[in-house]
Every structure is written in C-alpha cells, then in structure tokens.
Design a protein around this ligand. Structure first.
Ligand code: ACO
Ligand code: ZN
Length: 168
C-alpha cells in the first residue's frame, strides 16, 4: 500500500511539554520562522510560569515546531464587559519543511486543551499580521474569529488582527 508523505510524517509527530533544555532549539525555530524574536529570559519565563502551554513538536526526536502562551486576566474579547481568564498565544511556528502536515493544528489543540484544563481559561486570543494568510487560515479553521485590528502593531509598521475563540 502506498502511504502519502504527509500521512507518514503525521504518524511520526509527537507533541510534548518543553523543558528548559529545549529553549535553544525553540529559539532557533523562532528565528528561522518569524521576525518577532525574544530574549532567552522571556522564553524561560513563559516556560516557568505556564509550562502546560509551552509545547514542542518533534518528528523522529527532532524539534520542528513550538507554541508558547501566557495566561492573562483580560476584558473578554468574545463577550461584552466581562473579565475573563484567557490563554494568549504568544508565538507558534513550524519549520518550513514540516508545514501543511497538521503540526500547528496539533500544537494549538493541545495548548487550548491545557488552557482549559490546567489553567481554567474560558477563551483564547492572539495577534497575527494582516498579511499572514497561512496563520489566519489556520486560526479560522480552529474556530477563531477576527475581533479587532491594531494599527502598526509590528515594528515594521504592519497592522495586526486580534483573533479570539471561546474555550467553553
Ligand atoms: N496557505 C493556506 N492555508 C494554510 C497554509 C498556507 N500556506 N498553511 C496552513 N494553512 C491552513 C490550512 O487550512 C491548513 O489545513 P490544510 O493543510 O488541511 O489545508 C490549516 O491551516 C492547518 O495547517 P497546519 O498543517 O496545521 O499548519 P502548519 O503546521 O503548516 O503551521 C504555521 C502553520 C504555524 C502558520 C506555519 O506556516 C508557520 O510556522 N509559519 C511561520 C510562522 C508564523 O507565521 N507563525 C504564526 C505567527 S502569529 C502567532 O504566533 C500568534
Ligand atoms: Zn500577543
């Protein structure tokens, strides 16, 4: 039987919680994938404070993707005038050669499960470049909707969409 490459890859994908030793690899994937980069101390803090939503995706034990989040009390983005606990997706990326295999979907689903079960969040949100079609499609497929647009959110002047989704 012929097995499609994508399916073969999918079988081998493992999502697990990151550990401090994974931070250099996470930083490498972040730098290769996004212009928004952060200090070691920032990654370390997110991992220490919110370990259940800091996840690594591996293919045959090689790190190929990550997601990291922060748990916040915010004015709800999906209900009017309510203070809610929300999981803020700070950053997610998958290495170029491993995209369109469902890895980001897996990272998002597992992080959203942990937001709900470990941290009792009732919603999740994130910012994304208005030009970032692949990411916007990914989030829409997961049920996120655009709730706001922030002018010149990024260093280079590009706007961000704020996208949000209830978790209950
Ligand atoms: N074009 C159109 N739709 C896409 C694309 C694309 N290039 N990539 C993903 N999608 C959509 C599709 O609907 C896809 O489902 P399908 O393959 O069945 O059609 C769905 O998203 C799920 O795709 P996944 O395979 O789960 O996503 P992937 O593992 O490829 O990762 C990601 C997507 C994270 C956006 C990846 O392209 C990436 O790392 N890009 C660079 C970094 C980045 O932009 N990160 C997000 C920044 S915003 C933030 O971090 C909050
Ligand atoms: Zn953000």
């Amino acid at each position: 039987m012929v097995v499609k490459e994508a399916e073969k890859g999918k079988e081998a994908v493992r999502v697990r919680k990151a550990s401090p030793e994974d931070i250099p690899e996470v930083m490498r994937i972040n730098r290769l994938s996004l212009p928004e980069n952060y200090t070691y101390a920032f990654f370390e803090m997110l991992l220490k404070d919110y370990p259940d939503t800091f996840l690594l995706a591996e293919v045959e034990s090689r790190p190929v993707g990550y997601i990291m989040c922060r748990i916040e009390r915010i004015m709800s983005k999906v209900e009017r005038f309510r203070i809610r606990k929300a999981g803020h997706v700070i950053s997610i990326a998958v290495l170029e050669g491993y995209r369109r295999m469902g890895i980001a979907t897996k990272l998002m689903e597992e992080a959203m499960r942990a937001m709900r079960e470990s941290y009792r969040c009732s919603e999740t949100y994130l910012e994304v470049r208005v030009s970032n079609e692949p990411a916007i499609r990914l989030y829409e497929k997961l049920g996120f909707v655009k709730v706001d647009r922030i002018m010149r959110y990024y260093m280079d002047g590009e706007d961000a969409y704020v996208m949000a989704k209830p978790l209950d």
